[in-house]
Design a binder for this molecule. Sequence first.
Ligand code: ADP
Ligand code: MG
Length: 195
Amino acid sequence: MDNTIIEQKKALRKEIRSKRAALPQDERELASHKIVSNLIENPIYKNAATIMAYASMPEEIQLNELFDHAFVNNKVIAVPLIVGRGTMRPVFLPSMDSLVVGDFGILTVRQDCRTFVDFEDIDCIIVPGAAFDRQGNRLGLGGGYYDRFLMRVPNAQRVALAFDFELFDSIPATSRDIKMDIIITENETLTFARE
Ligand code: ADP
Ligand code: MG
């Protein structure tokens, strides 16, 4: 990969992560509420029987209202489990009580109640990221985990939830960076046709 792109990605990740960390908690909660409300109203979510989402870290968009809604509406919920270097598998989330801290401090399902979900059963994946652009590009946190994972789930809808300040006109991306189908912020919903 081009070294300049690597450096540009690093710089943008750093900028966004410090902006996120500096966001006051009440603003984060309000923005998260708006973003999750926009998602819940969207047909991509409404029509999904099985969704994959991640248990958000303190600095990220808070997804607790999404999990609550999905449980009440009988969606099958999967969360990622890191199973090897750069590799994730979806595991069934029976309840929020079954979450424990796993690798890299990421919450996952505790071992005694872990069952895997088939990749092809996932209808919609909430994809985390640091920055997105108006072409559907995504900048992750630098591990390339979702770029690898999404290649294995080509039929699932790829949904990015982002704070308004994480959406740019253009961000650095390579052919390995998997594009989003939809990006939802507090104030905008962008949809993209697959190429
Ligand atoms: P992120 O997507 O988390 O922002 P990058 O796009 O910078 O991170 O990717 C991180 C690393 O993972 C890079 O070295 C990239 O080449 C590698 N990578 C991305 N996708 C794949 C893939 N499909 N197979 C193997 N390596 C990949
Ligand atoms: Mg990438």
